[in-house]
Design a protein around this ligand. Structure first.
Ligand SMILES: Nc1nc2c(ncn2[C@@H]2O[C@H](COP(=O)(O)OP(=O)(O)OP(=O)(O)O)[C@@H](O)[C@H]2O)c(=O)[nH]1
Ligand SMILES: [Mg+2]
Length: 709
């Protein structure tokens, strides 16, 4: 079957933002206006469980009124195929934004017109920078009291460092918000009603200031400034093309098609970030936003292809996005339920057909493509083939996990990997019904496989099953989804911080393992130097033994011993990270030495050396932002200091005050109750992992004492 639609007529885009900015509400409008659905469901009307928006279909999403997992929908607008991924804004589900951005070609960043740039917008913006995803901004909620376009644009420029290009200007705000000026076309769009089907009137730009007088002087000023704003936009945009710019400077004329081309070039290369506005809830500006997606966001491959890497992640080339090349795709999401699994892939090159065999290059395994489906949120439709640029799902893959490369077996290649966040919090989990341990373990394993920001472990000492994740909500939702999706009920213990341990200083240590009891004895001696490594450097193993001082066959046992023993450190049994272990020397005995003896020696050497190194304990340090009425600011700051925190910035956000700072996660449990009671329920906060930082010595000693070490 030939290609149905030219690649240039594709847009794969993500919708990203801070929690509650209106991503799902906007997606719902996109589906309505493009004719994909006939009824709009509001996010806040789904709590009774009767209805659901298309993309927030999970029970946990409906009940809480928030998005938890990214959902993909496809639609058509003016002959273009638009694939949209609606992502969650809550920090606990950042992995969903992460994996979506990895496979998308462009993004719409949504802002709450009142709150402006919020912490999670900054995080998602940084992620989009990392993955080089071009974006446009949409200042939503212009109908809310306190909506402030200027403040939001200032945030986009200053906090996000974007070269914002104002393509639209709002006409009025709050209950006087009636539409927007399109500076590119030089006209205003004015609505007379909020209804989803109400049409807009196109008004020449120079008539707007005469026609409207608003209660807010700022709103009037925007209209008075329109000629200047348009001039600024034209100059910035046309500067993308020397000839067009010179022509404009000399004659004051420009070709409208050329202008759009310039904005598109600026946006696709990341030099410009076009800004739009509207109110999705009041049905204003969504169609215009769709036009902008087509006009200014790239088609698959327009920005280059995907990097190919070697096993160590080094760049070794690039795969262009084209059909006539070997099939290469990246698995970016796996969903499980009682009926099987769906593996979402983004195809970068070639064609994948039903019945094909693919190589999972990441795992060195073969996979057969039984069924290919197009996914519309929670609905699937079987298709025969999919090709370069497509996002689709494969049914019941056996070996493939998130982040794996799937390729034509004759042309294997590894595609650039995805990066996953570190889990910082853990809970013990036990089955609700005794005897269901196996069932629960299998279900948890499935959940963890589908979500790379979850880790499943067994506590060495207590034998308890431990689940690690990004935050309390993340773990709670995981356990709840296990119940609704896999039918397994479990109880969670109290959440705990995931500490880590490290070597305090370099230590050279000799350990001799000797046992002579009757018959054959055991003998092994190792001399190892342990050195603290840089953050994120992992465990590095170096073998410097020369002259057969330890026979070759025993050395892997020492390495294995170190790599397993480091899972439990000497401060409080947490994993020891970021160190180099250099095996320097050793001794053996012709008869009594064995792999086991060397393993025992390696383990003991590690334990003793770690204890001798004045080990450090590391704790997750969170970046927090608290937004409160200014009356409560003093209390909130005092409390942050009591929690071993540090305030780095405070200021005004609209009519509220905000404080930003760092607080150890260990001190943040139950923070929401404090904030509620301290601010009469009006304060809000967001918290996000920033780094691991050293726990003060006095606390380490206390902990070691408590653990009896
Ligand atoms: N006044 C007003 N409210 C809006 C607008 N857009 C969305 N909302 C409301 O804001 C709330 C959050 O909207 P959502 O669409 O769920 O926001 P989201 O960005 O998808 O949130 P998460 O997925 O949880 O991050 C809902 O109650 C919406 O009805 C808008 O343009 N104006
Ligand atoms: Mg949402």
């Amino acid at each position: 079957m030939a290609r149905q639609k030219e690649l240039k007529l594709y847009r794969n885009i993500g919708i990203i933002a801070h929690i509650d900015a209106g991503k799902t509400t906007t997606t719902e409008r996109v589906l309505y206006y493009t004719g994909r659905k006939h009824q709009i469901i509001e996010v806040h009307d789904t709590k009774d469980g009767k209805g659901s928006t298309t993309t927030d279909y999970l029970e946990q999403e409906r009940k809480r009124g928030i998005t938890i997992q990214s959902a993909a929908v496809s639609t058509e607008w003016k002959g273009y195929q638009i694939n949209v991924i609606d992502t969650p804004g809550h920090v606990d589900f950042t992995i969903e934004v992460n994996r979506s951005l990895r496979v998308l070609d462009g993004a719409v960043v949504v802002f709450d017109g009142v709150a402006g740039v919020e912490p999670q917008t900054e995080t998602n913006w940084r992620l989009a920078n990392q993955y080089n995803v071009p974006r446009i901004c949409y200042v939503n909620k212009m109908d809310r009291m306190g909506a402030n376009f200027g403040h939001c644009v200032k945030g986009i420029r200053e906090r996000l460092g974007a070269n914002a290009l104002l393509c639209q200007i709002p006409i009025g705000s709050h209950d006087e918000f009636v539409g927007m000026v399109d500076l590119v076309a030089g006209v205003g769009y004015v609505w007379t009603a909020d209804d989803k089907d109400s049409p807009w009137e196109t008004v020449p730009m120079d008539q707007l200031a005469g026609r409207f007088t608003f209660a807010s002087s700022a709103d009037n000023q925007w209209l008075a400034d329109l000629p200047k704003l348009r001039e600024d936009m034209l100059e910035t945009a046309l500067a993308m093309d020397d000839d067009a710019f010179m022509n404009y400077v000399e004659t004051g004329e420009f070709d409208p098609a050329k202008l759009k081309e310039c904005i598109r070039l600026g946006s696709v290369t990341g030099k410009l970030v076009p800004v739009f506005c509207g109110s999705s809830f009041k049905n204003k500006g969504v169609q215009q936003l769709l036009d902008a997606v087509i006009d200014y966001l790239p088609y698959p491959g327009q920005n280059g292809g995907i990097s190919l890497v070697d096993e160590d992640g080094n760049n070794v080339g690039e795969q262009e996005v084209r059909d006539d090349a070997p099939a290469r795709a990246l698995a970016f999401k796996v969903i499980n339920d009682q009926f099987g699994s769906l593996t979402f892939i983004r195809i970068y090159s070639g064609v994948i057909k039903k019945g094909d065999s693919l190589a999972n290059v990441t795992r060195g395994k073969k996979e057969r493509v039984g069924r290919i489906v197009e996914v519309q949120a929670n609905q699937t439709k079987d298709i025969e083939e999919a090709r370069a640029g497509d996002i689709c799902a494969l049914v019941s893959m056996r070996e493939t996990e998130t982040g794996d490369s799937l390729c034509d077996p004759a042309h294997p290649a590894l595609l650039e990997r995805m990066r996953f966040p570190d889990p910082v919090i853990s809970v013990s989990v036990e089955p609700k019904t005794r005897g269901d341990q196996d069932k629960m373990s299998q279900a948890l394993y499935k959940m963890a496989k589908a979500d790379p920001s979850l880790k499943l472990e067994v506590d060495h000492e207590t034998g308890q099953t431990v689940l690690r994740g990004m935050g309390e909500l993340h773990l709670e939702v995981t356990i709840d989804r296990m119940r609704t999706e896999l039918g397994v009920d479990a109880n969670m213990g109290k959440p705990k911080v995931s500490f880590r341990e490290a070597f305090g200083q370099s230590v050279e240590h000799i350990y001799t393992h000797k046992k002579q009891t009757g018959g054959s004895g055991q003998f092994a001696e190792v001399k190892i130097r342990f050195e603290p490594g840089e953050t994120g450097s992992g465990v590095q193993w170096v073998d410097e033994v020369t002259g057969g001082r330890i026979p070759r066959e025993y050395i892997p046992s020492v390495e294995h011993a170190i790599r397993t023993e480091c899972k439990s450190g000497q401060v409080a049994g947490y994993e020891v990270v970021d160190f180099r272990a250099v095996l320097l020397d050793g001794k053996f005995h012709e008869v009594d030495s064995s792999a086991l003896a060397f393993e025992i020696a390696g383990r003991a050497a590690f334990r003793e050396a770690h204890k001798l190194s004045r080990p450090k304990l590391l704790e997750p340090m969170m970046r927090i932002e608290v937004v409160v009425d200014s009356d409560y600011l003093g209390d909130v700051i005092g409390d942050i200091n009591r929690r071993r925190g540090q305030v780095v910035e405070q200021g005004q956000k609209g009519t509220s005050s905000f404080v930003q700072g760092f607080v150890p996660l260990a001190e943040m449990f139950g923070y929401i109750s404090f904030l509620r009671s301290a601010t009469s329920g009006r304060g809000t906060f967001t918290m996000e992992f920033d780094r691991y930082s050293e726990v003060p010595n006095s606390m380490v000693e206390k902990m070691m004492e408590k653990e009896g070490r």
